[in-house]
Design a protein around this ligand. Structure first.
Ligand code: AMP
Ligand code: MG
Length: 353
């Protein structure tokens, strides 16, 4: 299959809904094809959420296990009742606060949603993205796009059209390139099928923001263990997601000790002729020896760290880096999402110094 790559401009006064390319992309999805598109979080790999064959194609294109459910994207709150069997009060409140935006909610599904889309579950994940290209495409496609991140399963989620092309060339009909994603990490997922909301995946909408709204918010245990910075002694490959090709280890502890530990490792690896990369910060980057070192930004600028993280992991892949060291980050606020992704990318390999 030949994959069309179309750049869509974001000029302020453009009528994206009537853009001929977006209309064409909508027709592709309506006819059971796949189109990758930008959202404010990461690029999505979209197909018709109500067509089981489209969902099967998404799993095949990504090489994703078919029991890992897809998120259904809508572009109008009026379209929600058709795909869910019940809308709890808590969901109405969250929609008011955070939709359109980087929040995914889990509902009991209606019969309109095929089990292929939900990985066999009776629940469905729904998001209303704020990205205007995403919204226009959803409308042009009939209202419901199933879209996981547009990467090959296990690789870092793509934050630019070029990275989607790297993974999906020849596998899908079209890629809409709308530039870099604003947030750069996947949406926060909140399960609303039980009495107390449960965060299943941390993201831009933080635990603290949800606690401001609800008396009680639970958090899935695996996120806590991921965010705690404590590494299991023998991290299994089954924990490895969002992973770069190089061998990534997180070095945690006092900054001076982290810098000297990494520099020491660097000199050893240098002698072995290994290509080494470091995920550093503006505060530390100058202190590291000669290698492929990259800063995620200032420690205090969590939004920038989130935006840069996957991009840096992909750059290391392009540069064929074999060994990567990353500094560790605070786990409060958006730091929880950053550390959750970084720990997964590292297969939970952490060295405390
Ligand atoms: P991605 O879009 O690649 O981030 O993948 C979608 C994420 O949403 C995966 O982590 C899924 O496990 C999660 N997800 C989708 N549907 C559900 C659901 N019904 N229940 C729980 N998690 C879900
Ligand atoms: Mg994904």
């Amino acid at each position: 299959m030949k994959t069309r790559f179309e750049v869509i401009s974001r000029d302020d006064d453009r009528d994206l809904v009537n853009d001929p390319i977006i209309k064409e992309a909508g027709e592709i999805i309506k006819n059971g094809g796949l189109v990758a598109f930008p959202t404010e979080t990461v690029y999505g790999l979209g197909g018709d959420a109500l067509n089981p064959e489209s969902s099967r194609k998404i799993y095949a294109a990504k090489g994703r296990p078919s029991d890992n459910p897809l998120i259904v994207h809508i572009a109008d709150l009026k379209d929600l009742p058709k795909i869910v069997s019940y809308i709890p009060e808590s969901a109405k409140i969250l929609a008011e606060h955070f939709w359109p935006g980087p929040l995914t909610m889990i509902f009991q599904k209606s019969d309109a949603v095929p089990l292929e889309t939900t990985g066999g579950l009776s629940t469905v994940a729904v998001r209303f993205p704020s990205d205007t290209i995403a919204q226009a495409l959803i409308k042009a496609s009939g209202g419901y796009i199933a879209a996981p991140s547009a990467n090959t399963s296990g690789r870092p989620s793509p934050t630019t059209g070029r990275y989607v092309l790297e993974d999906m060339d020849g596998r899908i009909e079209m890629i809409l390139d709308g530039g870099s994603c604003d947030i750069g990490l996947e949406s926060t997922i909140v399960d609303l099928t039980e009495d107390i909301p449960v965060i299943l995946r941390p993201g831009y909408i933080t635990e603290e923001m949800l606690q401001d709204i609800f008396d009680e918010v639970k958090i899935d245990q695996t996120i806590l263990s991921a965010a705690s910075g404590i590494a299991p002694k023998a991290p299994g490959m089954k924990y490895r997601h969002y992973a770069p090709k190089g061998d990534l280890t997180i070095i945690a502890g006092d900054t001076d000790k982290v810098v000297s530990y990494i520099n020491h490792e660097l000199s050893q690896l240098d002698a072995d002729d290994k290509k080494v990369g470091i995920i550093a910060t503006d505060e530390t980057i100058e202190r590291y020896g000669d290698c492929d070192k990259k800063s995620v930004g200032k420690r205090t600028d969590e939004a920038m760290i989130a935006r840069r993280l996957y991009e840096i992991l992909r750059e290391f892949d392009d540069e064929e880096i074999e060994v990567i060291f990353a500094e560790s980050f605070d786990c409060s606020g958006m730091g929880q999402a950053i550390m959750n992704r970084l720990l997964k990318a590292a297969g939970h390999k952490v060295i405390n110094v």
